[in-house]
Design a protein around this ligand. Structure first.
Ligand code: UGA
Length: 436
């Protein structure tokens, strides 16, 4: 099929590259000249394992094209809207860009039939509004249907997630659009490694809500884990064993029960807030999700509380944060817990050094008044305390004896439980994890 993607963020670029790799002709439209010029050369604006190779391979085989204009829309079978929907101050998703893009798509349609699919995360009702906008702006001889196909890929494992989906959700009121989209996604479902990929076909509002409900449920699992971890620390239980104990029940499932320094990223914080706000619009007070957010903030404050417990007064103490990205294998700093934790530590007067294998450049834009280090061992020199914020492999494999010899006093807060506490204590560190 001929497919156009509007937007080349994590969702747009990864899905576009995968559809090209599966043999479709894929066009990606952006609005920043420099980014599009770079993409044409295979230089991608984000760090995502395997993506550069996949993009280059498909540029070379002439299946993947990048452009600043919407000219490919008129010849496309399917047009995906995959632009960002960042949160507004109220928690509501910002939808202006989605609506502007819908208008541009409409104006670029020519005679013939096109399916316009929203991949961006948007509240229930948005796709109906997009359909109205397209209807009002398209040429009379252009036919279209609208569909919602939310995306479930995770940064860091985005290609594998797209190639092996647990489910593909297609929401549309049109049988014709549904058939076209099922056939476009067919090889993903059939070819998925697990062979377990399920197709969910439904109406627009259901597809739209599935995305918010999925992210909010996963965020709830993480906050539940952080609450159990905290209680375990207080009552002397081994929180990780408790969570393993409940996760082995298939009704619960063992994934997404790792306590830590709180969830971050461009999705959970924004989608949980947006769902609270969507619910409020319908008169429902989603207090469960208020608590999910509250526990998440507490997980960040707890890191600082633990630091105070170890060092006493934090004023003028040297604290090194290892890992800044909201999770490993990405350079994404959006809503990363490191931002709040660094701010809380600074407020108490600590001197902060930070290191991350990939996110330093992005971090410089959002974390101020800290010393950025480009080397792990350089970063821990003279530190009174090292805090693991992101569980990069580089930290798991680090030479802890060397770290100890470089630090001023050997204190570790392991915010992601990456070390074996006994081994670290045997090396002479004072160690605190999460929930253990
Ligand atoms: C999340 C969802 O997992 C994807 O399914 C969804 O498509 C995506 O949002 C989106 O809406 O676009 P992502 O934000 O890339 O994906 O990252 P996750 O791997 O879900 O991690 C989110 C945060 O939760 C990270 O800060 C991570 O450290 C934290 N986390 C995750 C925990 O603290 N504990 C866990 O057990 C799992």
């Amino acid at each position: 099929m001929i497919v156009t993607f509007i937007g080349h963020g994590y969702v747009g670029l990864v899905t576009a590259a995968v559809f090209a790799d599966l043999g479709n002709e894929v066009h990606v439209v952006g609005h920043t000249p420099e980014k599009i010029e770079n993409l044409k050369k295979g230089i991608i604006p984000i760090f995502e394992p395997g993506l550069t190779e996949m993009v280059k391979r498909n540029i070379e085989s002439q299946r993947l094209f990048f452009s600043l204009d919407y000219s490919s829309v008129s010849s496309s079978d399917v047009v995906f809207i995959a632009v960002g929907t960042p949160p507004q101050k109220t928690g509501d998703a910002e939808l202006e860009t989605v609506y502007e893009v819908a208008k541009e798509v409409a104006k670029s349609l020519k005679g013939g039939y096109t399916v316009v699919v929203t991949k961006s995360t948007v509240p229930p009702g948005t796709n109906k509004k997009i359909a109205r906008i397209i209807d009002e702006n398209k040429p009379t001889d252009a036919e279209f249907d609208i569909a919602s196909a939310p995306e479930f890929l995770r940064e860091g494992t985005a290609i594998n997630d797209t190639l092996n989906p647990d489910r593909v959700v297609i929401g549309t009121e049109s049988d014709k659009a549904q058939q076209i989209l099922v056939s476009l996604h067919d090889s993903l479902l059939k070819g998925s490694e697990s062979g377990q990929g399920q197709l969910v076909t439904t109406n627009l509002e259901t597809a739209e809500l599935i995305k918010y409900a999925s992210n909010s449920f996963l965020a709830t699992k993480i906050s539940f884990s952080n609450a159990i971890a905290k209680l375990s620390e207080l009552c002397g239980a081994d929180g990780l064993k408790v969570l393993e104990g409940i996760g082995l029940d298939r009704r619960v499932g063992k994934d997404f029960l790792s306590p830590g320094v709180g969830y971050g990223g461009s999705c959970f914080p924004k989608d949980v807030k947006a769902l609270v706000s969507i619910a409020a619009d319908y008169g429902y007070d989603f207090t469960l999700l208020d608590q999910v957010e509250g526990i998440n903030s507490q997980a960040k404050r707890d890191v600082v509380r633990k630091a105070r417990g170890m060092l006493g007064e934090l004023h003028e103490k040297s604290v090194t944060l290892l890992g800044l990205a909201f999770k490993p294998n990405t350079d994404d700093m959006r809503d990363a817990p490191s931002i709040d934790i660094a701010a809380l530590l600074r407020k108490e007067g600590a001197r902060i050094k930070v290191y991350d294998p990939e996110a330093l450049e992005n971090a410089k834009k959002v974390i101020k008044d800290v010393e950025f280090s480009t080397d792990l061992y350089e970063a821990v020199k003279g530190a009174d305390l090292v805090i693991i914020i992101t569980e990069w492999n580089e930290f798991k494999e680090a030479d802890l004896s060397k770290i100890k010899s470089l630090m001023k006093s050997p204190n570790i807060i392991d915010g992601r439980n990456i070390y074996n506490p006994q081994e670290v204590k045997d090396l002479g560190f004072t160690y605190i994890g999460v929930g253990r």
